[in-house]
Design a protein around this ligand. Structure first.
Ligand code: PLP
Length: 392
């Protein structure tokens, strides 16, 4: 048996006739950038999330840069995030002219540890008047905190939002892996990831839970002014054609072809997320004896399993054995960002973020997509177990 890591072909086959018709309609209209197709998707996506505004952009990386700028991040500022994420999270920060400040992750959720955030803010920042907090050692502004809802599981937003409010820091969410995931506040209120902070940043890279057939992303917010800034920044800093009001603009627009595909797939997202959750439940059943090596489902949220990530010893050997057996796997992510050559100038050594470093050295992502069958999961679990036992 072969089990693909992701199976976009199966996803597209399920809605192939609708996709073909929608793509043909865009070709017939030949209006490719922006326009009513993009507006329709934006409205549907905002409604799906329960937020007032969604602006389509060119990629998740664009969404992060633009979202941070709309949340008030300026060149020279600090933005707090985690070292265990895809590098684009930090690229959004540096492209906005800011510098990342890392805090470690929580060992169960793999997301920003609110206790680590509290330690950083309380030990080195003074609440500011107006924009952000003051970083005492440098006098620079800590303008935003950027939690990532990694692997499809919400970060623990209630304490993060409380801390951010106390220190006057904006909250921007990286929702590239958590379309449709929800978080439950202690008072019982349930909110979609991306709608709890000041701005939410989505990627629609093809393999994400909601994926385009090329590059695409979106920035969402409840704030009409921030939405206006998002729309100006994605389109050359224009307020109207050839009237440029911001020097921070770029070409970061969503195109009509992606918008029609995303509109069709959005209608399936809830069902596809449920199928991912079903596949995760099968993995749990078949791999119950792995115990703490399985991903934890935090009680405060609904996990939408962008990835199903286990922790294993001798990861590379296991990965090769699974590959031999026809099973696709991935590593998300093998090197913590503070240890990447790209960020060597930050001067952070091994040991700076022990949880992130340990997790990075042990994670292995098993096949996860809405078209996994019971037999696929059983085969992956059996193969994994065989090779795990052999190594002990
Ligand atoms: C995919 C991803 C991004 C970047 O999205 P692109 O659309 O590829 O630019 C950002 N953050 C995280 C956590 C991601 O997984």
């Amino acid at each position: 048996m072969r089990v693909a890591f992701v199976d976009l072909r199966a996803q597209h086959d399920e809605i192939r006739a609708d996709l073909d018709a929608a793509i043909k309609a865009v070709l017939d209209e030949s209006a490719f950038i922006g326009g009513r197709r993009v507006a329709t998707f934006e409205q549907n996506f905002a409604k799906f999330l329960g937020v007032s505004h969604a602006a389509g952009v060119g990629s998740g990386t664009d969404a992060l840069r633009i979202g941070l700028q709309a949340a008030g991040v300026r060149p020279g500022d600090f933005v707090i995030t985690v070292p265990h994420t895809f590098i684009a999270t930090v690229e959004g920060i540096t492209q906005a002219g800011a510098t990342p400040l890392f805090v470690d992750i929580h060992p169960q959720s793999y997301n920003m540890d609110p206790a680590a955030l509290a330690r950083l803010l309380e030990s080195s920042c003074t609440p500011g008047s107006g924009r952000g907090a003051i970083h005492r050692e440098t006098g620079r502004t800590v303008a935003a905190v950027l939690p990532v809802h990694l692997y499809g599981q919400p970060a623990d937003m209630a304490p993060i939002l409380d801390l951010a409010r106390r220190f006057g820091v904006a909250v921007v969410e990286d929702v590239a892996q958590a379309h449709g995931a929800t978080y439950r506040f202690p008072d019982g209120t349930v909110r979609s990831c991306g709608t709890m902070g000041d701005v939410g940043c989505f990627s629609f890279y093809p393999g994400k839970n909601l994926g385009a057939i090329g590059e695409a992303g979106a920035v969402v917010t409840f704030d009409a002014e921030r939405d206006r800034v998002n729309r100006v920044l994605r389109d050359h800093g224009q307020s109207q054609r050839y009237v440029h009001v911001s020097p921070d603009g770029s070409n970061a627009r969503l195109d009509a072809l992606q918008a029609v595909v995303l509109t069709l797939k959005l209608a399936r997202l809830k069902e596809w997320n449920e199928r991912r959750r079903q596949a995760a439940a099968w993995y749990r059943e078949d791999l119950a004896d792995l115990g703490e090596l399985l991903p934890a489902e935090m009680s405060y949220g609904t996990h939408v399993y962008h990835l199903f990530v286990v922790q294993v010893p001798e990861r590379e050997r296991l990965q090769a054995a699974l590959d031999q057996a026809g099973i696709g796997t991935g590593l998300h992510y093998p090197i913590a960002l503070h240890l990447q050559e790209a960020y060597r100038s930050m001067g952070l050594a091994r040991g700076a973020f022990p949880v992130a470093e340990s997790v990075a050295s042990r994670v292995l992502s098993l096949p996860m997509h809405p078209h996994l069958t019971r037999e696929h999961v059983r085969y992956v679990a059996e193969t994994l177990r065989t090779h795990l036992t052999r190594s002990q």
